[in-house]
Every structure is written in structure tokens, then in C-alpha cells.
Write a protein that binds this ligand. Structure first.
Ligand SMILES: C[S@@+](CC[C@H](N)C(=O)[O-])C[C@H]1O[C@@H](n2cnc3c(N)ncnc32)[C@H](O)[C@@H]1O
Length: 236
């Protein structure tokens, strides 16, 4: 690319500020001063072993795809990728980045609550970093759990106890103590803000997250790091 073309590209990238995904487009980074630093590369190293090296012929759905970091990575492995995103600003970034990088990815402005409108399943589904932004997380998770044929790769912010306990099948109504145990499955409701973000609504503890994944009809095949799960449809 000529210097003039690069300067023009930089201008077009800056016109799409602010970026959450730090992508590299022809050597220019979209969010070089991201407050979370290199978090995407760290997460990618936890996520990428969930996928085959060669994804030719495989379909992928990236829910809450943002500017398309994961979509682009999986497209580069040969997958046929669809990304959905409810924020038009992020969707514009994703479309721009894919166009500039010559990646043929289908991006759709869509809310996760409407995901059944796609009318199809996918070999792999990513549902990363979205659940805690939802006011109705289990409603969404129940829908998302029906979409993957092979694997769901999931991540949520988790807080509270990282320990789990053996939950009984049933408890008498007089049982109160167990609810005071920080290892009991739970989800914290954020009425105001957390990390300055008013769209953070529900943050599960580890036991709560794992119980919800199972309850939605998923089998947890692996937990990677503290927040990433590889799941598959439990019926398989
Ligand atoms: C923390 S970012 C995570 C982005 C990306 N999935 C990742 O892991 O890097 C949350 C993304 O989910 C999107 N999102 C939030 N609520 C959504 C909803 N109801 N439907 C679809 N996307 C949503 C946001 O616009 C944002 O792009």
C-alpha cells in the first residue's frame, strides 16, 4: 500500500472509533491503546484449541461478534462464518474490517433473543462475552444452546466463589443454610454499574454458570482458564 493509501485507511479506521476489538488491518491497529491491553490474544489462546485447524466445510455462528475478531480468525481457518451483533456501530466495524481484509463473512444486525430467526444450526457457535450484558440471560442461553451441532464455545465474566459444591437433587423448604454458602450456584444482579458499564446486568459465580449451561441442555466438555467453556449438545 502507498503511504497515501495507508493514511487514508487510518483515517477511515479512526472514523469508526471507538473500537473494542483491537484488529490489525494492513498493519494499522484499530485499538492500540485498549484499556484491557492484550486481552483478546489471551482469550484467543484459550479459545482456538476448540476448533479444528482446517475448518473447510464447517459453519460458525459468532454471537455478539463485535468488530469480528473471532469471525476473522475462524474464517482464516476456512470456515463459513456468520456474525450477529445488535449494535450497529460494532457491526459497521465488522463489515469494514472484513471488507478491507478480503474476508467473505456474513454479518447480520440481530439481537441474540431473535437468533432462531436464522432458521439453521451451525457446526460451531461462539457465545463470548455476551451473557452478562443480557437482562434475560437464561432466556438467551436456552435459545443459543439449540444452535450448535458440534460445539459451543462460551465465555462469561464470573465473580464470587470459584469453588463448587455438590448440590442435592432437592431440599426441604426449611433449608436456609445452603443459600449462605458462597459455593451455591448463584448470579449477582447489578442494578447500577460495574466497571463503569451500565450494560453489565448479571454476573454468575462459577457454580451458577456451570449449572445454567447444563440446565440449558449442554454438556461441559472442558473449562479453559477461569471463564471459557467448551460445551456440546448434551443429547449427543
Ligand atoms: C464484551 S463484548 C464481546 C465481544 C466478542 N464476543 C468478544 O468476545 O470479544 C459484548 C458484545 O455483545 C454485544 N451484545 C450485547 N448484547 C447483545 C444482544 N442482546 N444481542 C447481540 N449482541 C449483543 C455487544 O454489542 C458487544 O459487541
Amino acid at each position: 500500500m502507498t503511504q497515501a493509501a495507508l493514511a487514508q485507511l487510518e483515517e477511515r479506521i479512526r472514523a469508526l472509533d471507538p473500537w473494542f476489538h483491537d484488529l490489525e488491518i494492513h498493519g494499522i491497529r484499530t485499538a492500540p491503546n485498549h484499556p484491557l491491553g492484550n486481552f483478546l490474544q489471551d482469550l484467543w489462546s484459550q479459545v482456538e484449541p476448540a476448533f479444528p485447524g482446517d475448518m473447510t466445510g464447517k459453519t460458525v455462528l459468532d454471537i455478539g461478534c463485535n468488530a469480528g475478531f473471532y469471525s476473522l480468525r475462524l474464517h482464516a481457518r476456512g470456515a463459513q462464518v456468520t456474525g450477529i451483533e445488535h449494535d450497529p456501530h460494532y457491526l459497521r466495524q465488522a463489515e469494514f474490517a472484513a471488507r478491507e481484509l478480503g474476508a467473505d463473512i456474513e454479518f447480520i444486525l440481530m439481537d441474540v433473543y431473535d437468533v432462531e430467526r436464522l432458521g439453521r444450526q451451525f457446526d460451531y457457535v461462539l457465545f463470548m462475552g455476551v451473557l452478562y450484558h443480557l437482562r434475560y440471560p437464561l432466556y438467551a442461553l436456552d435459545k443459543v444452546a439449540r444452535l450448535p451441532r458440534e460445539r459451543l464455545v462460551f465465555q462469561s465474566m464470573l465473580r464470587g466463589s470459584a469453588e463448587t459444591l455438590r448440590v442435592e437433587d432437592d431440599y426441604p423448604i426449611t433449608e436456609r443454610e445452603v443459600f449462605l454458602d458462597s459455593r451455591f450456584p448463584c448470579m449477582y444482579f447489578l442494578e447500577n454499574r460495574y466497571a463503569g458499564d451500565p450494560t453489565n446486568w448479571w454476573v454468575p459465580n462459577r457454580a451458577g454458570m456451570e449449572a445454567m449451561l447444563r440446565s440449558a441442555g449442554l454438556r461441559i466438555d472442558a473449562r479453559v482458564g477461569s471463564e471459557v467453556y467448551y460445551c456440546s449438545p448434551a443429547g449427543r
